[in-house]
Design a protein around this ligand. Structure first.
Ligand code: DGY
Length: 318
C-alpha cells in the first residue's frame, strides 16, 4: 500500500482523508527540525505532509527517492528547496487562499495593537495602576487619512488593504508585478518611496533570495519618524538587529511582529521594548483555518498520488 508520512498531527478531516486511501504514518512528537530525522521519518513514503519547521532540503529529497509529493501545510514554502524538488521530479504544493482572511485579521490586530498601545494598556490595568479615565492616559496614534504601505500586494496584502480602507486609510503598495485592477485599488510605488511615505508598513512578500533583508537599516530609516512596521510574513524579510537599532534610536513608533529572523528565537532587544507587540507566528491560527489548511494539503497529496492535478501546485513533479 502507498505510504504517506505526516510530520505532525493534522486537524480537521485531513488524517481521515489520507488514512482512507493510504498507509498513513503521523509524527506526533516535537517538530522534526533536522534533515536526518526528517529524511528518516519520511523514509519510503510517496507523499509527505510537512510544516514550516521541516527543512525539505536537497539532502532530504535525495535520501527519499520514493517521494512523489511534498504537501506543505502553509502558504509559504521557503522551508522547501523548490529547485531541488523540480530537479528530483517531486511535486511541491501549498495551502493558499484558505488562510488569507485569518492572516489579514492578525496583521490588522497588530496594526491596532501597536498604534493603540494595547499591550502596554493591558499591562497597565493588570498591574493595578488604573485609577480612572484621564484625558492623557495611554494616547495612541490614529489611522484615519494616513497611508498604509503594503509590501507584497497578493491575496493577504489585499485582504489587509480592505481592513485599512474600512479604517479610513489610504492604501499604497509595492510589488514585483503590476497591480493595476487589483481590489481594493492601491497606488503602486517603488519600495523606497512607499517606505518613505507610509505611516504604517505591513509586509506580505514571500521569502526568497531576493527578499532576504528587504528591510535593512537604510530602508528602515527611510520610514517617517514615528511610523509603525508590521510583519506577519517571514522574519528574514527584516534585518532584525537593524530593526532593534532603529527602534532604540527612537526613529520608529513601534513594531508588531508575528515572525522572526531566527524563529523561534526572538532578538532580546525586541523583548525589552514596550512599543513592540510580539506574537508567536500565529497568523493563520484559528480552528477553522488550520483545519482548512490541513485538508487542502491532504487534497494536494491525494490528487498527486491518484494521478490528478493538485489544487495548489507550486512545483510540478513527474
Ligand atoms: C504560512 O502559511 O506560510 C504561514 O506562515 C503559517 O500559516
Amino acid at each position: 500500500m502507498t505510504e504517506v508520512a505526516a510530520t505532525s498531527a493534522l486537524p480537521g478531516r485531513a488524517e481521515v482523508m489520507l488514512a482512507d486511501r493510504f498507509e498513513l504514518r503521523v509524527h506526533r512528537g516535537a517538530a522534526l527540525t533536522g534533515e536526518d530525522e526528517l529524511a528518516a521519518f519520511i523514509g519510503g513514503a510517496a507523499g509527505a505532509l510537512t510544516l514550516l519547521a521541516n527543512p525539505v532540503s536537497r539532502t532530504v529529497l535525495e535520501r527519499c527517492p520514493q517521494l512523489k509529493v511534498v504537501g506543505n501545510v502553509a502558504v509559504g514554502y521557503d522551508n522547501v528547496d523548490v529547485a531541488a524538488a523540480a530537479e528530483c521530479g517531486v511535486w511541491v504544493t501549498n495551502t493558499p487562499d484558505v488562510l488569507t482572511e485569518a492572516t489579514a485579521d492578525l496583521a490588522w490586530a497588530l496594526v491596532l495593537a501597536v498604534t493603540r498601545r494595547l499591550g502596554e494598556a493591558e499591562e497597565y490595568l493588570r498591574s493595578g495602576r488604573f485609577r480612572g479615565w484621564a484625558l492623557d492616559l495611554l494616547l495612541g496614534t490614529g489611522l484615519q487619512d494616513k497611508r498604509i504601505g503594503i509590501v507584497g500586494y497578493g491575496r493577504i496584502g489585499r485582504a489587509v488593504a480592505r481592513r485599512a480602507v474600512a479604517s479610513g486609510m489610504e492604501v499604497a503598495c509595492s510589488d514585483r508585478e503590476p497591480v493595476a485592477g487589483a481590489d481594493p485599488p492601491a497606488r503602486q510605488l517603488p519600495l523606497d518611496e512607499l517606505l518613505a511615505t507610509s505611516a504604517v508598513v505591513s509586509l506580505h512578500a514571500p521569502l526568497d533570495a531576493s527578499t532576504h533583508h528587504l528591510l535593512d537599516e537604510r530602508r528602515l530609516r527611510l520610514m517617517p519618524r514615528g511610523a509603525v512596521l508590521v510583519n506577519t510574513a517571514r522574519g528574514p524579510l527584516v534585518d532584525e538587529a537593524a530593526l532593534v537599532r532603529v527602534l532604540e534610536s527612537g526613529h520608529l513608533g513601534g513594531a508588531g511582529l508575528d515572525v522572526y529572523e531566527h524563529e523561534p528565537e526572538v532578538h532580546p532587544g525586541l523583548l525589552r521594548r514596550r512599543d513592540v507587540v510580539l506574537l508567536p507566528h500565529c497568523g493563520s491560527a484559528t480552528h477553522e483555518t488550520r483545519a482548512a489548511m490541513a485538508e487542502l494539503a491532504a487534497a494536494n497529496v491525494i490528487a498527486v498520488l491518484e494521478g490528478r492535478e493538485p489544487p495548489a501546485p507550486v512545483v510540478r513533479g513527474r
